[in-house]
Design a binder for this molecule. Structure first.
Ligand code: ZN
Length: 292
């Protein structure tokens, strides 16, 4: 079944909710990057966060970058989400793994580290992009994003992200939700929601049981009057192209390009997000040189 997300609200517009199923997206990312189970979960949670946040932007061309720099053995994580539902991402050291925690869960916090920052950059087509930074709390990602919203955007939020890795290291289930309490929420609403969230299973378990984003939405908000505003397909998809790589090569300068022609009689540039190899022969490199 295809991945998708839904965006909803309560009848009075005081609660913003996004719920996504991201199993296929996270599995695609695992195959591309050949990630260890813990790295699959770390990058998968980040991709899920990115796709949910990307859907909160207004315009099709808006781009959101989600960066985690926690100084753990997995290295930095980078995710780029577009408002159209496509996403790509990478983790610096995909093959590094850690033993599971005492409670049996993958040690994402240990792999990511918590001695650093979460940075969110939103390019909304304005002169300057919006940049928000907050300190990491645990490296578990959902907690770090909730802290980001509270600290950097003064927006009380509930963030839940989950990736269940199967015995054969493929992705069994993945998904997440973000709930934001907007002005007008009463103390009663908050208590009702808090109690509900205490009894609900982890999001990856719900997806694994076959629940759809709508089921999860209806489940959490059964005591509220809610409506779904949007349903959107989402997928891991890289937007690299030979034209974009030409720009990168141009940026290297004439000396470097000359060396590529003389020493390697061509160039091969691999995209880190999708592992596509973009090849350039001597003739093509000479053409690029003329344009500099
Ligand atoms: Zn690519």
């Amino acid at each position: 079944m295809k991945d998708y997300l839904i965006r909803g609200t309560d009848k009075l517009g005081r609660i913003r909710v996004l719920v996504a199923k991201t199993t296929a997206m996270v599995e695609e990312s695992r195959k591309i990057h050949n990630t260890s189970p813990t790295a699959t979960a770390a990058l998968g949670r980040s991709l899920t966060a990115g796709v949910l946040m990307g859907a909160m932007m207004k315009n099709e061309k808006d781009v959101l970058t989600f960066k985690i720099n926690g100084k753990g053995p997995g290295g930095n994580i980078l995710v780029v989400a577009r408002n159209n539902g496509t996403i790509k991402g990478e983790i610096m050291h995909p093959s590094v793994d850690l033993p599971s925690r005492k409670d049996g869960k993958l040690d994402v916090g240990g792999l990511v580290g918590n001695n650093g920052t979460l940075t969110i950059i939103m390019d909304l087509g304005l002169k300057e992009p919006y940049v928000g930074i907050s300190k990491l709390v645990s490296g578990e990602i959902a907690e770090d994003l909730a802290h980001y919203y509270a600290y950097s955007e003064q927006q009380p939020s509930v963030v839940s992200l989950g990736v269940l890795v199967d015995k054969d290291i493929s992705v069994k289930a993945a998904g997440g939700y973000i709930i934001q309490l907007l002005p007008g929420c009463t103390e009663e609403d908050i208590v009702l929601l808090e109690n509900k969230l205490k009894e609900i299973k982890p999001v990856s378990a719900l997806i694994d049981e076959g629940l759809s984003p709508e089921d999860i939405f209806n489940n959490i908000f059964e005591d509220f009057e809610m409506k779904i505003l949007e349903k959107k397909d989402i997928e891991y998809k890289c937007d690299c192209s030979k034209e974009k790589i030409v720009k990168v090569i141009k940026g290297l300068g004439k000396t470097e390009i000359n060396a590529m022609i003389e020493e390697d009689s061509g160039a091969e540039v691999m995209c880190h997000f999708c592992n596509t190899k973009h090849k350039f022969d001597e003739e093509e490199l000479k053409k690029i040189m003329i344009d500099i």
